[in-house]
Design a protein around this ligand. Structure first.
Ligand SMILES: CCCCCCCC(=O)CC(=O)SCCNC(=O)CCNC(=O)[C@H](O)C(C)(C)COP(=O)(O)OP(=O)(O)OC[C@H]1O[C@@H](n2cnc3c(N)ncnc32)[C@H](O)[C@@H]1OP(=O)(O)O
Ligand SMILES: NC(=O)C1=CN([C@@H]2O[C@H](COP(=O)(O)OP(=O)(O)OC[C@H]3O[C@@H](n4cnc5c(N)ncnc54)[C@H](O)[C@@H]3O)[C@@H](O)[C@H]2O)C=CC1
Length: 311
């Protein structure tokens, strides 16, 4: 990963006008989602600065991106492996890393945040970035479930703030939800839509409502699948088979829940239940709570509804 100072050597003006395409992207958080977002932006020819909390995590993100790019190259350059290698190297060469968010923000046209799903931590981060980033920089959150308006509340630039909600795995999933708050300007919205298309996604427009479109439908479906299991209606395997073969889903609800992580799903259900206690769709599940308490978080912990432990 190139040093961030190399990237910062590019000339930029802290008062650049809004006009002009997004060329410099900063991604905050290099976990599952952030590394994917950094990857597709770099693959689309943009300069990317990735921000993590320490060097080890930056290296981890770097390896994840490298591995994923190799999978993409294997497919896209089937007939020409050396062109595939160049594609991987050139894409990696457009990504630099830093552990300092303010430094990372200094040359950004767009900042996409993909850190832990916690309102206070996201608000604090954006307040810092608001001080450090050029005036023209657009801020976006990849939150799964939180209000974009609330995340933006500590920032001055509410007109340049929106949601860019990607799907896991980012390099494969074709959708991008572009979220407008009541404060997002037409120009910011337009730039977010254009950028989404540039990084190869099909964009839809969403209002700043809980779960936007996909998660508002997906989370209740998962919660109902868990209630079916709790009632003893059918096994996870049979429910998954049913939804794959009967409804054409690539994964059944239990496979998908294991893939996403039960801590994330519990966090979403609990948060929405707190906001909408009268809505039975978001009633917390005892089974989910128990699994999270026992550390059965899905694929990432080696056990969820299924076992992923290496035999
Ligand atoms: C649950 C409710 C709670 C919601 C919580 C919040 C979460 C959110 O906010 C929003 C979300 O992201 S929701 C989750 C959305 N994702 C899904 O629904 C994934 C569903 N699964 C799939 O599409 C495939 O099983 C999948 C693509 C994953 C894997 O496909 P396969 O089973 O066929 O496995 P592979 O053969 O390994 O992969 C298929 C092709 O994709 C390529 N690929 C996979 N992962 C990749 C990666 N990370 N980077 C680059 N390429 C990748 C793989 O190479 C393969 O390509 P082909 O060889 O050409 O087929
Ligand atoms: N996991 C999923 O399927 C999806 C998650 N999301 C959302 O994306 C966001 C990130 O989720 P994941 O990538 O799954 O989480 P993750 O836990 O894999 O990655 C988060 C990363 O952010 C880093 N981080 C935390 N605080 C930071 C800070 N102040 N500065 C820089 N880095 C920081 C952590 O070290 C970690 O590597 C969350 O808001 C989540 O709701 C959105 C779509 C799908």
């Amino acid at each position: 990963m190139a040093a961030v100072s190399q990237v910062l050597k590019r000339s930029f003006s802290s008062s650049s006008p809004m006009a002009g395409a997004i060329k410099n992207v900063t991604v905050i958080g290099g976990g599952l989602m952030g590394s994917g977002i950094a990857q597709i932006a770099a693959a689309a020819g943009q300069k990317v600065v990735l921000v993590e909390t320490n060097e080890k995590l930056l290296q981890g993100a770097n390896s994840r991106i490298n591995e994923s790019l190799k999978r993409v190259a294997k497919k896209q350059f089937k007939e020409n492996p050396s062109a595939g290698e160049s594609f991987v190297q050139e894409t990696m060469g457009r990504i630099s890393g830093t552990t300092n968010p303010s430094e990372g923000a200094a040359s950004a046209d767009l900042i996409v945040e993909a850190i832990v799903e916690n309102m206070g931590i996201k608000q604090k981060l954006f307040a810092t970035l608001d001080e450090a980033a050029p005036k023209h920089t657009i801020f976006a959150s990849n939150t799964s479930s939180l209000s974009i308006t609330e995340i933006a509340s500590q920032c001055q630039r509410k007109d340049k703030f929106g949601g860019l909600h990607f799907f896991n795995p980012v390099p494969v999933m074709k959708l991008l939800e572009v979220v407008r708050t009541n404060d997002t300007s037409d120009e910011t919205y337009k730039k977010m839509m254009e950028w989404g298309q540039e990084v190869g996604k099909t964009c839809i427009t969403c209002k700043d409502t809980p779960g936007f479109v996909v998660n508002r439908l997906l989370v209740p479906q998962l919660a109902e699948a868990i209630r079916m299991l709790e009632r003893g209606d059918a096994s996870p395997r049979d429910i998954d088979t049913a939804m794959k073969l009967g409804a054409g889903h690539p994964m059944g609800p239990f496979e998908l829940a294991d893939y996403v992580g039960h801590d994330t799903t519990k966090f979403i259900i609990d948060g929405w239940h707190e906001k909408m206690p009268e809505n039975p769709l978001f009633k917390p599940s005892e089974l989910l709570n128990k699994m999270v308490k026992e550390g059965k978080l899905g694929v990432k912990s080696g056990e969820g509804f299924y076992s992923y432990k290496k035999k």
